[in-house]
Design a protein around this ligand. Structure first.
Ligand SMILES: Cc1cc2nc3c(=O)[nH]c(=O)nc-3n(C[C@H](O)[C@H](O)[C@H](O)COP(=O)(O)OP(=O)(O)OC[C@H]3O[C@@H](n4cnc5c(N)ncnc54)[C@H](O)[C@@H]3O)c2cc1C
Length: 396
């Protein structure tokens, strides 16, 4: 106990000395997110400083082993670190598919050599990863994927197409599901890692109605991938793919806790801004009821998530139960944004323009973005199927 108190004290002092002032303010837009990688540019130099300082302690990924650049913290120490970060309202130093998805899968399934090669650059934010799972004919039925990797002796030759590859045009490397045996379905899939700068890789951004292009169509034409970049055994990639999806779903469920852009404005203070207050409370009784319900659901969700995470086997996530949390967390997140829009009224209708504040535009954009939460990482319908089969053991 004394040791933990000392850890809290040291952590507090270190954070006070090392977290730059602008990194203690809420993010104004998604553009403030730090993704790292070879192509990263930092409009605010303090964002890079904060990333480098946290990475030097392994605190971009506090619980990964020190041997791979992580912080090596125990669960209790990490809880203290997170509460100290919340205390000073620190921004996350690094957002990363490498941290949320690939890293945990590599820790479980990769060779020692692969862990040494790929994990430390993830911790330091040097390499940005993207996810090559979905294809035009394989979304919910992911195991129907057709992108092919042929054995050419010392390397694989990859041909095919992925779609909805988030940030493929900004990423440095891809973790990719490929077909290595076309006579089988699930047992013919392998898990490959390769550089997006390899000859034959082309990422074409998909333009949305908003003008943004958060994802791409990604084409592979005779891409040579060294055999040492196969993770796990040949044709056994489906097991790794599923585990990685569970980590992805755990990450997406966390959105239900309300950490997205725009959420820094608490529901109450937002409601007071638009509806006024009476006796210190939001003036509208009907709105108060909606806010209380949302907060109670959020609290219950957070506690259930915490309990289940603590019960889960260390480092292996929640297994199929991730689908319960993915389903509910994304619904909760969407409801929270719906409520914010309701509170903002016509001020929640702006996309750009002088009649709207940055916060209003930020919330409106996040509200629209939240609609994708119940599709990405597997749709809500697919989560309900997983819960029926793997959690409740209902017949097919
Ligand atoms: C914002 C966003 C980011 C994404 N990023 C990535 C990425 O980085 N990498 C990547 O590989 N993919 C990514 N995706 C793709 C995502 O994984 C797929 O969109 C998702 O798996 C659904 O596949 P689909 O779009 O082909 O829909 P389909 O599989 O065609 O589904 C269409 C509809 O049918 C329903 N349906 C399908 N099968 C069943 C069934 N068995 N039972 C009941 N209902 C069913 C679905 O729920 C859905 O409503 C992203 C998607 C979004 C929205």
């Amino acid at each position: 106990m004394e040791q933990l108190e000392k850890f809290r004290q040291d952590t507090r002092e270190w954070l006070e000395a090392n977290c730059p002032p602008t990194m203690r303010t809420p993010m104004a837009s998604e553009d403030d997110t730090v993704w790292g990688g070879r192509k990263a540019t930092y409009k605010n130099p303090e964002a890079k400083l904060w990333l480098d300082r946290m990475a030097s302690r392994g605190w971009t990924v506090p619980t990964w082993p020190k041997a791979y650049g992580g912080g090596g913290l125990t669960k209790d120490e990490n809880q203290i670190l997170q509460s100290e970060l919340r205390r000073i309202k620190a921004r996350s130093p690094l957002s990363s598919f490498g941290i949320w998805m690939l890293g945990p899968a590599l820790l479980e399934y990769a060779s020692e050599e692969q862990k040494q090669k790929f994990l430390p650059p993830i911790v330091r934010g040097e390499i940005r990863w993207c996810q090559g799972y979905s294809e035009p004919g394989a979304g919910s039925d992911l195991a129907g994927l057709q992108t092919k990797a042929e054995d050419k002796g010392d390397h694989y030759l990859v041909n095919g197409q992925k779609i909805w590859t988030s940030y493929a045009d900004k990423a440095d490397w891809i973790f990719c599901l490929v077909r290595t045996d076309s006579t089988k379905k699930h047992d013919g899939i392998s898990f490959l890692l390769f550089d997006m700068d390899s000859p034959g890789v082309e990422a074409r951004p998909i333009s949305m109605i908003s003008g943004a292009s958060p994802f791409c169509e990604t084409f592979f034409t005779d891409v040579k991938v060294p055999k040492s970049h196969l993770v796990g055994e040949l044709n056994k990639g489906w097991t790794i793919a599923k585990r990685l999806l569970q980590h992805e779903r755990d990450m997406i469920s966390g959105m239900g806790l309300g950490s997205g852009v725009g959420s820094s404005a608490s529901l109450e203070s937002l409601a007071k801004d638009y509806f006024g207050e009476s006796n210190g409370k939001v003036a509208s009784a009907a709105l108060r009821e909606h806010i209380v319900q949302q907060k109670m659901d959020g609290k219950a969700f957070a506690l259930t998530l915490q309990r289940t995470t603590e019960e889960a086997k260390a480092g292996q996530g929640m297994g199929a139960a991730s689908s319960i949390f993915k389903y509910y967390g994304t619904e909760l997140n969407k409801r929270r944004y719906e409520l914010m829009l309701e509170i903002m009224g016509t001020q929640g209708l702006g996309w750009t323009g002088e009649g709207f504040t940055d916060q209003e535009i930020g919330v409106t954009r996040s509200w629209l973005r939240s609609k994708g939460n119940s599709i990405e990482g597997g749709t809500s319908e697919v989560q309900l199927n997983v819960v029926a089969k793997r959690v409740l053991n209902l017949p097919d």
